[in-house]
Design a protein around this ligand. Structure first.
Ligand code: HEM
Length: 481
């Protein structure tokens, strides 16, 4: 770190006359997260202005007080904003993930009510159980027997895509080990639509995508095609459901939204797609990094296995039984280890809002109306003033109190699930899913990451994914209960 401080007197992002940050932006585009983490770490309040041509100006921050101000205290002044909404509109329409103001509030109200119902939790638990026992475990068992190398990230992405489609509109695409071709096609189209929409933020010339869209060429042509596949697919399910009229009483989110308000078929599609996007590859991202980190931390792995064993023996269970919600809740160490993995590798590493009024952030940084503000969750996990000098170490213990119970962390210091009125709705569901998968896999299999020193690079789309996937070999784990 002393080395970094000798770079010069200038703190923050360099600005060149005329071309702004363009040179540095282009040079560092592929290592955006680590570059910006280093710059913010060198700034006195971990906050810096950012400017690149096309009149893109804003503030990037890794400061908890600023995050609280933007996400909560002054929430009304920092919506998603036009820049965000315009780029994602073709794909997401007016869904919860891509709306502000009244439109957002309405969907949020229905959704937060439904996410707190017992019936939804039971539905989620059952979906996870079925996917684990009929797909994931058989697939890993087969890989043990055939010595096959697996891409664990791909498998986890398929798992969570199946899961979120069940939750959203009770459709099982069968992406993991299924034989349904249409399901996999839907997943691919969805992935392309998400990645290419996000790609609209990365143009060196910000509005080039509009030109390509108007001409329907290149990535914009692919995007249009992917979106139409996704939309047609969702429309068919929704039309059938609407036609079934009074019979429509399923446990999924679609039914819950049909039951609540008079929503048009198109709006229902927007709602469903937003939920699929929100719940799609965040848990798989978190778990991929979690399994990767475990390979460097065998002691943590042992501690998790010990905790699982205690829970099994307390509840007279053996390996092969599934865990209840209460048992999952008792897995404090596993919870801590997953939270710790997401501290270092947050599934949503940076997140941006628009600024509606001139304002001064709590640390004194001025921000002008029309600028953006980005809070940098990835950098925040690597700030010594938040987590201490050992912030680069993977240490689940930092999450536990003396009794071994998980401590609540301030969402402004750890905005992995966002914070304030727009905080993630799926947090509990995500932990249920991640803990169920981790427990079921770890007590049956040992996972060996291949080329573990080489892996660990990341790809940036809307979520943080591992470059080149996560190639692993699984072996049967013999545990003596
Ligand atoms: C480890 C897993 C997850 C992480 C780290 C995560 C993180 C986040 C973050 C950072 C946001 C804020 C995005 C923004 O508006 O700028 C968000 C929003 C949201 N998340 Fe999650 N999420 C996870 C899993 C899920 C799951 C499984 C669901 C299930 C459907 C879900 C549903 C949502 C919804 C609906 C929103 C939008 C809330 C709103 O705008 O009011 N999330 N999540």
């Amino acid at each position: 770190t002393s080395n970094r401080k000798t770079h010069g007197h200038h703190k923050g992002f360099k600005t060149y006359p005329l071309i702004g940050l363009l040179l540095e932006f282009l040079r560092n585009r592929n290592r955006f997260l680590d570059w910006t983490t280093q710059v913010l770490g060198d700034c006195p309040t971990n906050t810096s202005a950012f400017h690149r041509p096309g009149n893109i100006r804003g503030v990037i921050t890794a400061n908890p007080a600023n995050v609280e101000h933007v996400l909560k205290t002054n929430f009304e002044s920092y919506p998603k904003g036009e820049q965000f909404i315009v780029r994602l509109q073709d794909f997401l329409g007016k869904g919860i993930f891509n709306s502000d103001g009244e439109l957002w509030k309405l969907q949020r109200k229905t959704a937060s009510y439904e996410f707190n119902t017992k019936s939804l939790r039971i539905f989620i638990m059952e979906n996870v159980r079925v996917e684990l026992y009929t797909r994931l475990i058989p697939m890993l068992t087969e890989a043990v027997q055939s010595h096959r190398i697996l891409d664990l990230q791909d498998i986890l992405e398929r798992f969570s895509f199946d899961n979120i489609c069940k939750l959203a509109f009770n459709f099982d695409p069968g992406c993991l080990g299924g034989t349904r071709k249409t399901g996999t096609e839907f997943m691919r189209a969805f992935e392309n639509a998400a990645t290419l929409s996000a790609g609209r933020f990365l143009y060196a010339v910000p509005f080039l995508w509009r030109v390509k869209k108007a001409l329907n060429i290149g990535s914009e042509a692919t995007l249009r095609k992917s979106i139409s596949i996704v939309h047609e697919f969702a429309d068919t399910i929704i039309r059938n459901r609407l036609e079934s009229g009074a019979d429509n009483n399923e446990d999924d989110l679609l039914s819950r939204f049909i039951g609540k308000d008079e929503n048009s078929a198109e709006f229902l599609r927007d709602i469903v797609i937003s939920f699929i996007l929100a719940g799609r590859d965040s848990t798989s991202s978190a778990l991929s990094w979690f399994f990767w980190l475990l390979c460097f931390n065998p002691k943590v792995e042992q501690n998790i296995l010990k905790e699982l064993k205690e829970i099994r023996s307390r509840n007279r269970k053996t390996i092969g039984d599934s865990y209840s919600v209460e048992e999952l809740r008792d897995m404090n160490y596993l919870h801590a280890a997953i939270s710790e993995a997401m501290r270092l590798y947050p599934p949503v590493p940076v997140d941006t809002k628009a600024c509606l009024n001139d304002d001064v952030l709590p640390d004194g940084t001025f921000i002008r109306k029309g600028w953006f503000v980005t809070y940098h969750t990835y950098a925040m996990g690597r700030m010594p003033n938040i987590w201490g000098e050992d912030c680069y170490e993977f240490r689940p213990e930092r999450w536990l109190d003396e009794k071994g119970i998980v401590k609540q962390e301030s969402p402004f210091r750890y905005p992995v699930f966002h914070a304030g009125p727009r905080m993630c709705l799926g947090k509990d569901m995500a932990y249920i899913q991640m803990k169920s998968i981790a427990a079921a896999v770890m007590e049956r299999f040992s996972v060996e990451v291949l080329e573990k020193e080489k892996s660990g690079g990341h790809l940036l789309s809307l979520t943080l994914r591992m470059k080149g996937g996560l190639p692993v070999k699984v072996r049967e784990r013999i545990l003596l209960d």
